[in-house]
Design a protein around this ligand. Structure first.
Ligand SMILES: N[C@@H](CCC(=O)N[C@@H](CSC=O)C(=O)NCC(=O)O)C(=O)O
Length: 282
């Protein structure tokens, strides 16, 4: 992998890297925040734990890193943060035929597409679960002790990836996640095109279906603004709460009065999420 930027921040470093992805068959960029403890660890061949952050529709590796205001607390806690892109990119990667923001480029939905023409490149699930952590752990002072978080489409990604790989992650959190994609327009469009029309195949990527079926054995925190324009039609946190009740899982869902869907909301509560993950990242 090739380093393409570096900036000092809160005595740590924000870096961007690019690499050729074998899962996505294209060049990918990701960002990492290395807290001061990681820079020390880098000198001694040691490692620090990490939070993988999955962003939402239209995002790249930059949105969270530039807008969330996470670095001061990550530096204090000694947690690295990795923010990948949200879809495969580049020439030859197909996009929504109308250039819509909710499908194709910037909208990989953290699944493995099975349908042509998407199935060649759109393997974000395997990229996040396997390829990216392997690359990170091999090349950076970052350990396999990891948690996962995300926003909106990325909240859906964090919940589904965390729930399907409970032994690989220490904790899960999400801001404004798409909780029941099988039952909302964003999810139905993406799942229909990426996975085909058999809704039985969609269940493997629906957090509420997964949580209803199997009790979660790791801590889960969800924050949702009650002034979020997407709340009723797209996000449906109540489905996640009902699923948790069905399987007897403990989840913390905090409805936050007056907050919308934006990174202003994320910036307001990211400290809570980092401290929540720090308790499990040991
Ligand atoms: N442009 C669209 C909405 C796009 C949007 O709100 N994207 C969110 C994630 S939504 C769910 O995954 C986002 O994080 N945007 C980037 C940012 O930096 O804010 C519309 O107009 O409706």
């Amino acid at each position: 992998m090739e380093q393409i930027s570096c900036a000092k921040v809160f005595d740590g470093e924000h870096r961007q890297y690019q690499h050729q992805s074998s899962e996505l068959h294209c060049q990918m960029r990701f960002a990492v925040y290395l807290p001061p403890a990681a820079l020390e660890a880098e000198k001694n061949g040691d490692t620090v734990p990490v939070l993988y952050w999955l962003s939402g529709l239209t995002c790249t590796d930059e949105n969270f890193m530039q807008k969330a205001g996470a670095f001061r607390v990550a530096a204090e806690l000694g947690i690295a943060i990795v923010a990948p892109d949200t879809s495969p990119r580049g020439e030859g990667v197909p996009d929504d035929e109308n250039g819509a923001y909710d499908f194709g480029l910037g909208a990989g939905f953290y699944l493995n597409a099975t349908q042509a023409p998407w199935s060649t490149h759109y393997h974000m699930y395997d990229y996040i679960v396997d390829e990216l952590p392997e690359l990170i752990e091999e090349n950076l002072p970052i350990s396999s002790v990891k948690s996962i978080s995300g926003h909106s489409m990325g909240g859906h990604g964090a919940l589904t990836i965390g729930l399907k790989n409970q032994s690989a992650y220490c904790s899960i959190s999400a801001f404004s996640p798409i909780c029941n994609p099988m039952n909302c327009p964003w999810g139905q469009k993406a799942f229909g095109l990426y996975l085909g029309n058999n809704q039985a195949d969609w269940q493997a990527y629906d957090a509420s279906v997964l949580l209803a079926k199997e009790k979660a054995n790791l801590p889960i925190l969800v924050d949702q603004g009650d002034a979020d324009n997407f709340l009723v039609e797209q996000l449906k946190p109540q489905a996640l709460v009902e699923a948790a009740q069905q399987s007897g899982s403990d989840i913390i869902l905090r409805m936050q009065p007056g907050y919308d869907h934006s990174y202003y909301f994320i910036q307001s509560f990211i400290e809570d999420h980092l401290r929540f993950h720090a308790e499990s990242l040991v």
